[in-house]
Design a protein around this ligand. Structure first.
Ligand code: EPZ
Length: 422
């Protein structure tokens, strides 16, 4: 298992291009199942989850050319001319829960899908009951046995449904299925994340009839079929937030090219409250650290609130801020796994239920730490950049799932970080 060795105490400075958003590209890859024509995605992030989804589609005999190219030119061409078997097997789903995103498109296109139930993961149980309930409302017959979900429908019928709670991939799954349903579907209490809107943009380019993406209510008028399209994946707002935190904690000066400031206002506002200067520039976002950091409370919320995917990175930052910061996690039931590792580096963090009370600043000293999930690993890298001495982050395969060669990018900005293959 690869590790990172980080020598802390260096300011990050320079310009970095933000890659395409993993959490937009994943549903957009699955959307290719809705048509027998070519779908081309550009600005594709070269991360492991994308490779896993491409492999899953290939398993269903979808023609996959790529992913190839670098940066904004990174792209993949997909063609689901025929779907040999509409199944997502356990050995692929267990490595990536987002595989469940093939469920809606498969049922919408072929009337059948058999998808392994995604198990829980480090941050929570993460059931998919709301996905299944919604597909049933659209007329799918759902059975779950032997660890698989089977969904059948001659043709889905449009319906009006209200999600019991906001679910990002639940919204995406059902929106994709509804594009080929008979009649109108009205989805209420849906996720408003930019990745949902970006997916809707691709679906509309494919001929779908969708209104309201980005708001709490999405209307979809079913059509008989969808055609191919080309689409550029939006910039990754969580990768952007991660590098903002890294620039801030090292007292650096970073220009994040392609960053979409309007997609992370809650993060930028919270960083400003901490005394971090983030400015919207022509090319993207610029962060300048160096001033005294002040602690500030934060509560994670669905978009446009402060994203849960930035909670771990923010916690690392405020270990260096003066005062007390209460970090409240409202989306997942177990998303503080990074806290104990930060404490081992010298942070002062006490967990009370779904709150982490962070008192700072406390000097961080390099230590051997273990990553438990994607964003927790980013949090440990950020702490390592600020710590005195050497930090070894183990199990960095977590970070490779969602960050494109992060050690190369950080090194190019002056960070002292190297990958130790092991
Ligand atoms: C998406 O996961 C993201 N993943 C997650 O990013 C992100 O943390 C999450 O949304 C919240 O923003 C992708 O987009 C691929 P949810 P998702 O359904 O859709 C509960 C990362 O770091 N729930 O919005 O799985 C669920 O347990 C990853 O990139 C049900 O109870 O999250 C959770 O508590 C981590 N039943 C809450 O809703 C359901 O059927 C929100 O989950 C579905 C969800």
């Amino acid at each position: 298992m690869d590790k990172f060795r980080i020598e802390g105490g260096r300011r990050l400075e320079g310009t970095l291009r933000i890659s395409g958003a993993k959490n937009a590209a994943l549903p957009e890859l699955a959307a290719c199942l809705l048509t027998n024509e070519v779908v081309e995605l550009r600005n594709l992030p070269r991360v492991r989850d994308i490779q896993t989804m491409a492999r899953l589609l290939g398993h269903m005999s979808v023609g996959v050319e790529g992913p190839e190219g670098e940066g904004a030119e990174a792209r993949v061409r997909l063609r689901a001319e025929t779907i040999s078997h509409a199944e997502a097997p356990y050995d692929l789903v267990k490595t990536m829960r987002a595989s469940v995103l093939v469920l809606g498109p498969l049922v919408g296109r072929t009337g059948y899908a058999r998808v392994s139930m995604p198990g829980g993961c480090a941050i929570g149980a993460r059931p998919i009951d709301l996905h299944l309930k919604a597909l049933e409302r659209l007329g799918a017959e759902i059975t779950t046995e032997h660890g698989y979900v089977e969904a059948k429908a001659k043709r889905l019928r449009g319906a009006r449904l209200v999600f019991d709670r906001i679910t990002v991939t639940g919204t995406e799954n059902v929106m994709m299925a509804a594009t080929l349903a008979e009649g109108e579907t009205v989805l209420e209490n849906v996720a408003r994340e930019p990745e949902v809107s970006d997916l809707a943009q691709l679906l509309v380019a494919m001929g779908a009839r969708i209104e309201g993406a980005g708001t709490s209510t999405i209307r979809i008028e079913g059509v008989a079929s969808l055609h191919g399209a080309k689409h550029e994946v939006i910039a990754d707002r969580i990768a952007t937030g991660t590098f903002l935190a890294a620039g801030a904690i090292t007292g650096g000066d970073l220009l994040l090219e392609g960053a979409r400031g309007e997609h992370l206002d809650a993060v930028v506002d919270k960083l400003a409250e901490c005394g971090v200067t983030v400015t919207k520039e022509q090319e993207g976002l610029r962060v300048r650290g160096g001033g005294r950091l002040r602690g500030a409370d934060v509560t994670t919320e669905e978009y446009p609130g402060f994203p849960t995917d930035m909670q771990a990175q923010y916690m690392a930052l405020v270990t260096q801020a003066a005062g007390t910061s209460i970090v409240t996690e409202t989306i997942f039931e177990n998303r503080f796994l990074h806290a104990s590792e930060l404490v081992r580096m010298g942070a002062d963090i006490a967990i009370r239920g779904n709150q982490a009370i962070v008192r700072g600043p406390t000097p961080l000293s390099g230590a051997a730490v273990i990553a438990s999930d994607l964003r927790a690993s980013a949090s440990l890298v950020i702490a390592g950049l600020a710590a005195q001495g050497t930090t070894i982050v183990d199990r960095v395969y977590h970070i490779d799932r969602g960050y494109e060669r992060i050690e190369e990018k950080l090194r190019a900005l002056g960070g002292r970080i190297e990958r130790i293959s092991g």
